[in-house]
Design a protein around this ligand. Structure first.
Ligand code: PHB
Length: 390
């Protein structure tokens, strides 16, 4: 071995040591944890699409530092995998913050990692109420199930829906949705004649749909995690003739998420949902978002609420880094996010300074055809809604 490469290496090291600027130029590393494969693969893809749309519009540098997003696939729902990935991201990849989280059990598994490592953890979807109480380093820019479900109940009683069956996925967000819906619906004079909970993994809907039909409610209130499950439910609902039996569907907007809505077909026409984002939301910010998403993600199809939350989450991170002058210390980043107001494609949102949870308008929407395509058309709203589940 000649001495030259060694000398060169030593020279390179000492040059780096003399350059404090080299450290300031280190990228900000964000570890994005979500399912990118398996039956919830869309969650990761939507979030990635939202991140790309944000960086398409705002670049990949903020406060003088490049922003690098490292995506990790949980294959979920897999809380153990999510936790291991978070630990690897912190220890090996030296990430400055954690983000993503499509599913509540994965967010809950990672919360102690963020707490211990003192890293900001920004939730792009996971929506059971309790998550933000699990670490002071967590901020949420998406929604919570109580926040969305309570207005649906209020709207239903005001509009003469009196007798309902509830059906939810049997895990924390589903229980949150059921509880918040029942509280407001029964409180408003309505009657819940049956409450059905279905497994999170691979539910077989046929027997549950028959139970709904037999109970003869005026409507079924539904929370199912976005994606394939809603498609399967609506297929069974149509095949068993529930609409013909006079049963309406009211649901959280996870059911008719913009990405899967075209595949659900005309059986969804007239379905009423409550939610924080619709692709059909009429605003300048939403138009800019839809264009950036399409430009940055050719062939990806429609963006949904998870893409929007990822877009807004990146916005919150960039704005926080501007305030901290590029410092990524967890206390400083979360401190900068407390009370932050963001003009989202969905409308204005605030990160509550005390709970670090999102405060926003909840819209009531109806599935309609616009120019021959299915959309969730907003027709009523509840302003400044906080999470009511804590
Ligand atoms: C969640 O697990 O928190 C979750 C997943 C999908 C949704 C909403 C909430 O559509």
């Amino acid at each position: 071995m000649t001495i030259a490469p060694l000398l060169r290496a030593i020279a390179a090291c000492s040059a780096l040591a003399l350059l404090p600027a080299a450290q300031a130029a280190e990228p900000v590393r964000i570890g994005l944890i979500a399912p990118f494969s398996g039956s919830f693969a869309d969650y990761g893809k939507q979030m990635e699409g939202g991140v790309k749309a944000y960086q398409k519009l705002h670049g990949d540098t903020v406060a003088g530092r490049k922003v690098q997003v490292i995506m990790k696939d949980t294959t979920g729902p897999a809380p153990d995998v999510a936790k291991r990935l978070a630990q690897e991201l912190v220890v090996r990849d030296k990430v400055d913050m954690l983000a993503g989280f499509g599913l509540t059990p994965e967010a809950l598994a990672v919360a102690p990692v963020a707490e211990q490592a003192k890293k900001a953890m920004v939730i792009f979807n996971a929506a059971s109420s309790i998550i933000t109480t699990k670490s002071n380093y967590i901020a949420r820019v998406s929604m919570t199930l109580p926040q969305i479900s309570a207005p649906m109940a209020t709207w239903a009683v005001r509009n003469n829906v009196r007798k309902v069956v509830t059906l939810v996925a049997d895990y924390a967000p589903g229980i949150d949705a059921e509880t918040a819906f029942k509280t407001n619906f029964i409180g408003g004079g309505g009657q819940v004649i049956e409450s059905i909970r279905v497994p999170l993994r691979n539910p077989e809907f046929a027997p549950f749909i028959q139970r709904i039909k037999d109970a003869k409610p005026e409507a079924v209130f539904l929370f199912l995690p976005a994606g394939e499950q809603g498609v399967a439910f609506m297929k069974g609902f149509r095949e068993r003739g529930l609409a013909e039996a006079g049963i309406r569907v009211i649901a959280t907007g996870d059911l008719t998420d913009d990405h899967v809505l075209p595949a659900m077909g005309d059986a969804t026409l007239g379905v009423i949902t409550s939610f924080h984002y619709s692709m059909a939301h009429d605003s300048r910010e939403n138009k800019a978002f839809l264009k950036a998403f399409a430009d940055a993600n050719p062939g990806a199809g429609r963006p949904n609420f998870m893409a929007v939350a990822a877009f807004d989450g990146m916005n919150a991170i960039y704005e926080a880094l501007k305030k901290t002058g590029g410092a990524t210390d967890g206390d400083k980043v979360i401190g900068a996010m407390k009370g932050m107001k963001i003009m989202s494609p969905r409308g204005p949102i605030t990160i509550d300074p005390v709970t670090r949870d999102v405060v926003q308008t909840v819209y009531i929407r109806k599935v309609e055809k616009v120019n021959g395509e299915l959309y969730n058309v907003e027709f009523d709203k509840f302003a400044d809604v906080k999470d009511s589940g804590k």
